[in-house]
Design a protein around this ligand. Structure first.
Ligand code: PGA
Length: 256
């Protein structure tokens, strides 16, 4: 079965809830019903805007899906400042990014923490978008595969094949995030092909055929079509360009 494309906007720490309402409304106007048949369209606003965006999606009957950028692994308790998976699920969140490089590098998240977050997301009926990626130093040292392979194994070990097949992986080279420097289509496809082979080796061919693997890092309306032309690339995780509804809609409609 062909994998459905998925294009997710990671708004990062941008947009007040009022700005977020306008952004999702504009995005809704710019997309056609047929677009959603072809692509799962996801937006990941900051926590403070989730409820407002969810309300717009519901009242305007939009088929945009709601995602979160992060989560804490405990369901509740004395964890000042954290947000749990049950809280997100109750808000209608369907997708949660775990292991984004900004979480790993700015906030010190390691593979064990990413694994715990991923399990909390799954336990609450949402789908993790597991982000992995190497730094420039690691790419230059030619250890990209060890790094991203290790991150993937660290996050996924112990999961069964059906669960792994149903999740989403995002390959995001750190040197391409927010830098305007995209990986070439070949570099992206090569790393994504490697991740898919790893899933095949660990969880079987059916899981490898099913799992969706996105590319992320300076995706724009100008480079999305070339990336999507690669058989192994199933979509994109978009940061900067997702803040502009016109640009994000053109990325979603990459074939137009
Ligand atoms: P960017 O961010 O598109 O701004 O490079 C991608 C990401 O961090 O998910």
């Amino acid at each position: 079965m062909a994998r459905k494309d998925l294009i997710a906007g990671n708004w990062k720490m941008n947009a007040t809830h009022l700005e977020a309402i306008q952004m999702v409304q504009k995005l809704g106007y710019r997309l056609d019903p047929g677009d959603y048949d072809r692509v799962d369209v996801v937006v990941c606003p900051p926590f403070t805007a989730l409820r407002s965006v969810q309300t717009v999606i519901e009242t305007d009957y939009l088929r945009i899906q709601l995602g979160a950028q992060n989560v804490f692994w405990e369901p509740q308790g004395a964890f000042t400042g954290e947000i749990s998976a049950p809280m997100l699920a109750k808000l209608g969140v369907k997708w949660v990014v775990v292991g984004h490089s900004e979480r790993r590098h700015i906030f010190g998240e390691d593979d064990a923490m990413v694994a715990r977050k991923l399990r909390a997301v799954l336990a609450n009926g949402m789908t993790p978008i597991v982000a992995v990626g190497e730094t420039l130093e690691q790419r230059e040292a030619e250890i990209t595969e060890e790094v991203i392979g290790g991150q993937l194994q660290g996050a996924l070990q112990g999961l069964d094949a059906g669960t792994v097949g149903a999740l989403v992986i995002a390959y995001e080279p750190v040197w391409a995030i927010g830098t305007g420097r995209t990986a070439s289509n070949e570099q992206a496809a090569e790393a994504i092909g490697f991740l898919r082979r790893l899933v095949g080796e660990g969880w079987g061919e059916a899981a490898a055929e099913m799992v969706r693997i996105l590319y992320g890092g300076s995706v724009t309306p100008g480079n999305i079509a070339g990336l999507m032309a690669k058989r192994d690339i199933d979509g994109a995780l978009v940061g900067g360009a997702s803040l502009d509804p016109d640009k994000f809609a053109s990325i979603v409609r990459y074939w137009v």
